[in-house]
Design a protein around this ligand. Structure first.
Ligand SMILES: [Zn+2]
Length: 456
């Protein structure tokens, strides 16, 4: 028996539902992640330039929360990292129906470790149990009589002028004080990093060479005698020399002492139109023409180079391998790959199992590199706010794209830009940077010599 007409399912209904779900009639759902940079009112959160409004019936969700703990609007204070889900309801305006946050964001106890990049100014007080301040890990650590202090090789550290602190690992726990400094509850001064923390896996080396046929300058990525890949160096010598001189000038003092003095820092501008930079554990830093072409001034470039240098000095590759349990799949590259030039450094390094080198380490290691880079640029007289300017530009430029590289990924730029905004606010709350260096004649001359480059 045939069903009456009205009981039949119209064949276009599934298509209609599909279109509805796909956002043709509704608004496209989106997610944004970042650190809260301001709380203008009870129902609004700012992440850099974007206002996140609390929609009706908004849900709050805390991940990994201890029993009985629930996320409330009041917990969403400046410096908390959140993920908001909802829809864009205007330019720089997002209406959220769900906000998620990890419990560790609300746990105000900070535990971190880093290698000392600078000799402490008050090492005698630190040893002697007196109150003092220690600049480390891009923070100001405030140590008092109640701070639990422990160290490795105490006797050796008593020699007053011996440079035994530089490069050592410090572990600290504490709480952020209202002035942005850290009240330290415990501090432990540990050992120097092992020398193998600064080796590229497989003892690979990046070696300068010349193409036999064309005579152009290249870099060869070698494992023993085998060439795994070849990168084209940007051919303008003045550009290479300027970037190398700036990078070298910015290397923190820790690099003067063993084992870090064995790191051979080398800065290269490679022809790759993606806006990215990468550093190998052995100190080879590759800056793509795509990123150099986007950088607006010397202060921004100083930040980029300092960030990559911090990954090297802080042994982030080694730490990522030893402290996190990320499984890596090593893919061996066939001889065919070596015959042509590498077009995308990040993709190439990913194929070698070195994805973190170009696509980013764990969030806390990236944050550490950003904190140390901010401190380093301030130390060299640059305006740290330019770093935010660079990431803000990347957010708008890559707003509708999502590449995997750390410097040109929209999600990563927003997270990093908001982190830097928070960090500058905490670390330099009353400092003025109006007189700090933004640009230089040498930077502008370099850009002139560089000419236009392709930027993806
Ligand atoms: Zn990084």
């Amino acid at each position: 028996m045939r069903l009456p007409q009205k009981h039949r399912i119209p064949c276009f209904l599934p298509i209609f539902l599909f279109l509805l779900a796909g956002g043709v009639f509704g608004q496209q759902r989106a997610k944004i992640r970042g650190y809260i940079t301001a709380r203008p009112d009870e129902k609004t959160i700012m992440i850099m330039d974007d206002a996140i409004l609390f929609g009706p019936g908004i849900g709050f969700q805390m991940q990994d929360a201890p029993p009985g703990k629930q996320l409330t609007a009041a917990d969403l204070t400046v410096a908390t990292m959140i993920e908001a889900e909802g829809v864009w309801t205007g330019k720089h305006q997002f209406t959220a129906d769900k906000i998620k946050c990890d419990w560790d964001q609300l746990d105000k106890q900070i535990r971190e470790h880093a290698y000392l990049e600078r000799e402490p100014a008050q090492s005698a007080e630190l040893i002697g149990g007196q109150p003092c301040q220690l600049r480390a890990d891009g923070e100001v650590l405030v140590i008092d009589e109640n701070t639990k202090r422990e160290w490795h090789g105490r006797a050796q550290m008593k020699a007053p002028d011996a440079p035994v602190w530089l490069g050592r690992q410090i572990r600290y726990s504490g709480r952020r004080r209202p002035d942005g400094t850290m009240a330290v509850q415990s501090i432990e001064i540990g050992a120097l990093p092992p020398a193998d923390a600064y080796e590229t896996p497989g003892k690979r080396k990046l070696v300068r060479a010349q193409d036999a046929k064309t005579g152009i300058d290249i870099l060869e990525f070698r494992k023993d005698k085998k060439v795994e890949g070849r990168f084209k160096l940007f051919p303008v010598r003045d550009v290479q020399e300027y970037v190398s001189a700036l990078g070298t000038k910015l290397i923190p003092p820790a690099a003067q002492n063993p084992p870090m003095s064995d790191i051979e820092f080398r800065f290269y501008v490679v022809e790759d139109s993606t806006a990215n930079a990468a550093s190998l554990p052995d100190g080879s830093i590759m800056l793509n023409t795509g990123l150099l072409g986007l950088i607006e001034n010397e202060a921004q470039l100083a930040f980029v180079l300092s960030h990559e240098t911090a990954h090297v000095l802080q042994a982030h590759y080694w730490r990522q391998e030893n402290e996190t349990r990320t499984k890596r799949v090593l893919i061996s590259i066939g001889a065919a790959a070596a015959s042509a030039y590498v077009g995308n450094v990040a993709v190439f390094l990913g194929q070698l199992g070195l994805a973190a080198v170009a696509n980013g380490y764990a969030r806390r290691l990236e944050n550490q590199a950003d904190r140390l880079a901010l401190e380093n640029v301030v130390e060299h007289g640059y305006d740290p706010g330019q770093a935010i300017g660079l990431l803000r530009m990347m957010v708008s430029r890559y707003s509708d794209r999502s590449t995997s590289a750390t410097w040109s990924n929209h999600d990563s730029s927003m997270l990093r830009g908001s982190f830097l905004t928070v960090q500058i606010g905490l670390r330099y709350p009353r400092q003025e940077f109006k007189k700090a260096t933004v640009d230089s004649d040498t930077f502008r001359a370099m850009r002139e010599n560089m000419g236009p480059v392709k930027i993806m």
